[in-house]
Design a protein around this ligand. Structure first.
Ligand SMILES: Cc1cc2nc3c(=O)[nH]c(=O)nc-3n(C[C@H](O)[C@H](O)[C@H](O)COP(=O)(O)O)c2cc1C
Length: 212
């Protein structure tokens, strides 16, 4: 079931697909993903988003160097020392880390990146991201519906200034996410999440929701 337009199946099988083939992805499919992004809501319908479609190997490699540096400096050590998240277990968490490391090493080999940017001014406030992440989520969903693989990545923002300079972003514009897109090597499938009842309350914090 690589392609599906059933929205609940799309959401419930939309794994982070970190192992991607380098084979080209037709522009026609990328354009569908971009259209999905633009259908998203933004505060006041301001639509201050901009999307960079990156195919240039040198630009991707330049960014991958920072992406890898951040893995070595912070992300890798954190995986080794932290407990598995809800719905996971040590073995599954180790596989996740292996996939994260794989994407780190092969980031630039994904044939297409879409970089989600926002004209958010010099000092973006706490809600700035809320006008770009709905578009990012739409792209994740569209990518999955088309049978393509991707992962929402934001690690590069640890070297945000350096990476935004590589992308040639003017001042007042920042990158919020990079989606490396390609045909997946693995399969879509069920997601590891904790029980829903652990995260839903009724009326007040901590009171169990009676609807489940
Ligand atoms: C805000 C945010 C930032 C993320 N950044 C990265 C990233 O830089 N690199 C990466 O490999 N995955 C990144 N992810 C993907 C998460 O690790 C992934 O969604 C999570 O492990 C759940 O994976 P699953 O949907 O396959 O279960 C990010 C996800 C979110 C929501």
């Amino acid at each position: 079931m690589p392609e599906t337009t059933d929205i609940f199946e799309v959401m419930s099988t939309m794994r982070a697909m970190r192992r991607l083939k380098p084979d080209p992805v037709p522009d026609e499919l990328i354009n569908k993903i971009l259209q999905a992004a633009q259908w998203a809501p933004s505060g006041g319908n301001t639509q201050r988003w901009r999307f960079l479609v990156v195919k240039d190997p040198e630009i991707k490699k330049g960014v991958q160097v920072y992406y890898k540096r951040l893995y070595d400096e912070t992300v890798g050590p954190r995986y080794v020392s932290s407990a598995p998240p809800p719905g996971s277990d040590p073995a599954r968490y180790r596989r996740q880390n292996a996939a994260v490391e794989y994407l780190t090493d092969h980031y630039h080999e994904a044939p297409v990146w879409i970089v989600a940017c926002l004209e958010d001014g010099e000092n973006p406030g706490r809600t700035a991201g809320s006008s770009i992440y709905p578009a990012v989520q739409n792209m994740l969903l569209a990518t999955r519906a088309l049978g393509l693989g991707t992962t929402l990545t934001t690690r590069h923002t640890g070297y945000g200034k350096e990476v935004d300079a590589i992308f040639g972003l003017p001042s007042g514009v920042h990158s919020y996410a990079i989606l490396p897109i390609g045909w997946p090597m693995g399969r879509f499938g069920p997601l590891g999440r904790g029980p829903l009842k652990d995260v839903v309350y009724q009326d007040q914090w901590g009171k169990p929701y009676q609807g489940l």
